[in-house]
Design a protein around this ligand. Structure first.
Ligand code: CO
Length: 210
């Protein structure tokens, strides 16, 4: 094995020893089951690590990340994560977490070609198209970019809510709240975009207002 990554193994052993020292049962308890209350759908950006930002331990948050936190109706990977989280783990909260300064959003707002990923970015371009009037009315490009990061979250919250998985959970009376958040890389703070949806009725109402 190459020695290049020795540092990481050393850090790993130190971390495991520290956690075990604080709670000798930590790993043995976790190895038996996970019972997270949250599903985090976030951007793959290395500066937006789910557990650290909300200071949660392993076992406390189920995580799905992709470029620009997009929830595509036919993405089997994302849908499988949502289904497992909702049907098996019975999470109570799903948070779609975007972030200001998102490279995926920025790329989608431009006209440059980036190769295969352009097909993924199309989903974000669709968000722009849906909100073109509001976005084009913002003359400051930085403010427009920030707003686009927020609107992408709003649209992905809608996609989560409209999935058959979430609709069925609500239909059977399961408690489930879907939230839209935006994280600031500049100061580490999360903003709640106040788009929480907790029932099929609320979902239908919100969609009308969008
Ligand atoms: Co990003």
């Amino acid at each position: 094995m190459s020695n290049d990554l020795e540092d990481l193994f050393a850090k790993n052993r130190e971390w495991a020893a520290k956690v075990t020292k604080e709670d000798p049962e930590f790993f043995s308890t976790l190895s038996k089951q996970q019972k997270p209350e949250y599903l985090w759908i976030g951007c793959a950006d290395s500066r937006v690590p789910a557990n650290q930002i909300v200071d949660l331990l392993p076992g406390e948050v189920f995580v799905h990340r992709n470029i620009a936190n997009v929830v595509v109706h036919t993405d089997l990977n994302c849908l499988s994560v949502i289904q497992f989280a909702v049907d098996v783990l019975k999470v109570k909260h799903i948070m779609v977490v975007g972030h200001y300064g998102c490279g995926g959003i920025k790329a989608a707002m431009g006209t440059e070609e980036h190769g295969m990923i352009d097909n993924w970015l199309r989903h974000i371009k669709d968000v722009y198209r849906l909100h073109r009037d509001e976005l084009d009315a913002i003359s400051d490009m930085h403010t427009r970019f920030d707003r686009m990061c927020e609107l992408n979250v709003v649209e992905q919250v809608a996609n989560v809510c409209q999935s058959s998985i979430v609709q069925n959970a609500w239909r059977t009376g399961q408690e489930l709240h879907v939230h839209g958040w935006c994280y600031s890389i500049d100061n580490g703070h999360i903003t709640d975009l106040k788009r929480t949806v907790s029932s099929a009725e609320e979902c239908a109402q919100q969609m009308l207002n969008m």
